[in-house]
Design a protein around this ligand. Structure first.
Ligand SMILES: [Zn+2]
Length: 336
């Protein structure tokens, strides 16, 4: 069957006519399949939602338990029939609960990967390449200039700075779902065993990660009540990037501003944001990961969603792979 008959973009999101469902719709729909809990992919108000249990849990934490009419949990690797279309969820390595969604009908298989990365991440299951006819890929960092260094090196730079300036605090900006917990886990893996101080916006999700067996060590609230300025001397404080512009950030002694994001590869971007210690830690595939993954899936056709589509489409064409941008709107990842 023609692949665009099985899945094609509509204003609400990617739509599967024979199965009558959307993947990561940006508007409320009858039946939504959701790849992961970031707010641009997982929205509230759908009549029914099919996602991994962890993604459903995360949506419940963020939007309240009534975020959808009904919910169904998909086990990784299990095939579910929706009006004759087979769908299955497979790990994407992006954040806890994240999954690629394989859609199969009359011998054609399309894999919508959502957001993904290939770097090892102790806070979620690793990406599994799924052989397919069409691979739908993001392209957040779809330019050859984007090559993420090992995350352990970035964390080592943070710890070195903390040791060098024991009287100052280090404020680490990290997205509330995924990045923050990954940074904390990396600090633990590097042997840092002092309490980590977290902004209130990270509390529920970090607690959920711990409940899922991801050990983040001792977390303390970074509030005035928990201590005076001096108590934060030498502390590492983690909070959402948005918190660093407001009064909350001023309570810490002589803070060093850090930001964990793939965008920190761009020096100018770090400078403009007033980031003194940029940490290049991304939950998205870099250029090498994108191109290696496309090859691994064996897909003859690639559809490129949000990000810098053109370079990746061009690369596919040079490799003899049919490729096109999907021009989906509404995805500006909160977890880059
Ligand atoms: Zn995401």
């Amino acid at each position: 069957m023609r692949t665009s008959v099985l899945l094609h973009p509509r204003p609400e999101g990617l739509y599967c006519p024979p199965g009558d469902f959307f993947i990561d719709p940006v508007r409320p729909v009858n039946r939504a399949l959701i790849t992961h809990g970031h707010s641009d992919h997982a929205r509230s108000g759908h009549r029914s939602v099919l996602a991994t249990q962890q993604t459903l849990d995360i949506m419940g934490l963020r939007y309240g338990e009534d975020f959808a009419g009904t919910t169904q949990a998909a086990r990784l690797g299990e095939t579910i029939a929706l009006d004759g279309v087979s769908v299955s969820f497979h790990p994407a390595g992006h954040v806890l609960g994240s999954a690629q969604i394989a859609v199969e009908h009359q011998g054609t298989r399309i894999v919508a990967s959502g957001d993904y990365k290939r770097q090892r991440d102790a806070t979620c299951a690793p990406f599994e390449p799924i052989p397919c006819d069409v691979f739908i890929t993001e392209a957040t960092f779809g330019l050859p200039v984007f090559r993420h260094p090992p995350d352990t090196e970035e964390i080592a730079r943070l710890l070195k700075s903390a040791a060098q300036f024991p009287e100052r605090s280090h404020l680490v900006g990290a997205y509330a779902l995924g990045k923050a917990q990954r940074v904390m886990r990396l600090l633990r893996d590097a042997g840092y065993d002092r309490p980590l101080y977290i902004h209130g916006a990270l509390a529920k999700l970090s607690e959920y990660y711990q409940s899922q067996g991801i050990d983040l060590g001792t977390l303390e609230p970074a509030t005035v009540e928990s201590g005076g300025k001096d108590d934060f001397a030498g502390a590492i404080v983690v909070g959402p990037p948005s918190a660093f512009a407001d009064r909350w950030a001023r309570r810490f002694p002589d803070p060093i501003s850090c930001f964990a994001s793939g965008w920190m590869r761009i020096r100018q971007r770090a400078k403009q944001g007033g980031v003194e210690l940029p940490l290049i830690i991304s939950d998205h595939a870099d250029w090498d990961e994108l191109t290696a993954t496309i090859k691994e899936t064996g897909a003859e056709e690639v559809w490129v969603t949000h990000g810098r589509e053109e370079a990746l489409v061009r690369w596919c064409e040079l490799e003899g792979i049919v490729a096109k941008p999907l021009h989906l709107v509404g995805y500006e990842d909160e977890g880059d």
